[in-house]
Design a protein around this ligand. Structure first.
Ligand SMILES: [Cu+2]
Length: 511
């Protein structure tokens, strides 16, 4: 089986890649996802049935570009069920030592892999995943970021389990929610540390019916930000990290630093990009290439939009079509452009950064089907019966910076406001602070209606399902959200250090 040779090859070229401890074992890794074929169903339990056979390609690339690593495939979380429509698996969070940057780093990982294994399920599937907390002493819980599932399955801090305990998730994937999601820990005041130490993974929902997009070659790009100390260990967060949000010294995609992504001239590829960083804001672009935005946090758009760049605040996702307009054998940097996210300790301006290399294969140019002009219907939500104000603030309290929502630090025992199930709610997310705060709501998807800054209101022109909305200093973002289930939900800033320090609020969705 050639996938094994690919992973073995990867392990023998230890440049920057983080590998699964079980990476050479085909039984654990499942089908490779750096795929030359479209993704296939979760309910397929045959480990090899959908193996994307790009290993020969990977070997050729490694031969010609020894200084850059091919984008690693994400391991798949293997479905242990043989029942159609049921996905059953275990995720164990535990410390593990993995080779990285020529040394060894202790990560905290799901099933020994950084990023964690990718979950691939289908709309309508029942998902039964057991979480085992193998961490030495901390409680943990998994939040399925963006999934529209009941509050007791959502992984709220209130659901955290102690070290050594297990939590059995059991939920059904709602129809109409196909898209690119992810999972990460959410225990009170410990989310930032656990994510920084490696606990996060991709969660893909495939459509139940036919995919509106043709079967382009697919890539999943999980961008993470690792901060290593001089000895190769994951660095502890310092005061600056807690104030600004933690930025690391190694941006990695699927565990590889500045990997090479192969494309055949003339063809199109579908990229699913996940910003899993705590405080990195990307203006994702490929110079000389038009990108086609086809999806956001909550799945496909109504129609594709041609763009020069894609903005990804922390926790945001995008699906784009990359059209290989370059020539065979050429290479171009995949970049993030400079971005100013305000002021806290210093001015928070990131410079142009190379994220990866798009490398055109030497083979003969190919072709791909055209991108459909429409993808799926999205109906704009109507205005709600009230407008709830949700205000992000930074405040000095007793000489210490605190991060607040509506003037309060999160309290697990407090309900901050109520909503009514089945009624669209309208929220004004107001940023009175000095820096960007990326807003996240649990429990489903919302639509951005408008943005107001400097007294000027700009209607949002892109009708899209999201669970993230970035707010800039002094900006108000109006959103509308559907609330399909009752129970407690939270909203918070997705700079995880801010969430840790209280920038979170609880609302109760009443029957
Ligand atoms: Cu924040």
């Amino acid at each position: 089986m050639r996938r094994r040779s690919f992973l073995t090859l990867g392990a023998s070229v230890p440049l920057f890649s983080v590998f699964s401890s079980s990476g050479c074992s085909s039984s654990d890794s499942g089908p490779a996802m750096d795929s030359g074929a479209p993704l296939d169903s979760s309910t397929d339990t045959g480990a090899d049935a959908n193996v994307a056979d790009t290993s020969a390609d990977a070997i050729a690339e490694a031969d010609v570009t020894p200084s850059l690593e091919t984008l690693p495939a994400l391991p798949l979380l293997k479905n242990e069920s043989t029942t159609p429509g049921l996905f059953q698996a275990t995720l164990r969070a535990a410390p593990i030592k993995l080779p990285f940057l020529g040394g060894t780093t202790e990560f905290w990982a799901y099933n020994g892999s950084v990023p964690g294994p990718m979950v691939v399920v289908r709309e309508g599937d029942r998902v039964k995943i057991r979480l085992e907390n193998g961490l030495a002493s901390q409680p943990t819980i998994i939040h399925w970021h963006g999934l529209e599932i009941p509050p007791d399955q959502d992984g709220l801090p209130m659901s955290a389990i102690a070290a050594g305990k297990t939590f059995d998730y059991d939920f059904t994937i709602p129809e109409g929610t196909a898209g690119t999601y992810w999972y990460h820990p959410h225990p009170h005041m410990l989310t930032a540390e656990q994510a920084a130490r490696g606990l996060a993974g991709v969660f893909l929902i495939l459509p139940k019916g036919a995919d509106p997009l043709p079967a382009y070659e697919e890539k999943v790009l999980m961008i993470e930000d690792l901060k290593l100390a001089a000895d190769g260990s994951i660095a502890d967060s310092d005061a600056k990290d807690r104030m600004n949000g933690r930025e690391g010294n190694h941006l990695v995609i699927n565990g590889a630093e500045k990997p090479t992504i192969a494309i055949t001239a003339g063809t199109k590829q579908r990229w699913r990009i996940i910003n899993a960083c705590s405080a990195r804001f990307f203006r994702f672009t490929i110079p000389g290439h038009k990108l086609t935005l086809v999806g956001t946090d909550g799945g496909l758009l109504g129609a594709p939009v041609e763009v020069d760049e894609v903005f990804l605040a922390p926790a945001m996702r995008a699906e784009i079509i990359v059209t290989g307009t370059g020539s065979a054998g050429s290479r171009v940097a995949v970049k993030s452009l400079s971005y100013d996210r305000g002021r806290m300790i210093g001015n928070l301006i990131s410079l142009d950064t190379d994220l990866a290399t798009l490398a055109y294969r030497d083979d003969a140019p190919g072709t791909s089907p055209a991108i459909p002009t429409t993808l799926r219907p999205i109906t704009a939500l109507a205005a709600g019966p009230k407008v709830q104000r949700i205000e992000f603030a930074e405040a000095l309290v007793s000489g210490e910076m605190t991060f607040l929502i509506n003037g309060k630090s999160w309290d697990m025992a407090r309900i901050d406001w109520t909503e009514q199930v089945g009624v669209t709610t309208e929220w004004d997310v107001v940023n009175t602070g000095n820096m960007d705060h990326p807003f996240h709501a649990h429990g489903g998807s919302f639509q951005i209606v408008s943005r107001t800054i400097g007294g000027v209101t700009t209607p949002e022109t892109l009708l899209a399902w999201r669970d993230m909305a970035n707010t800039k200093s002094t900006e108000t973002v109006r959103i509308r959200m559907r609330l399909p289930t009752t129970g407690l939900r939270v909203v918070h800033c997705h700079i995880l250090e801010h969430e840790n320090q209280g920038m979170m609020a609880t609302f109760d969705v009443k029957a």
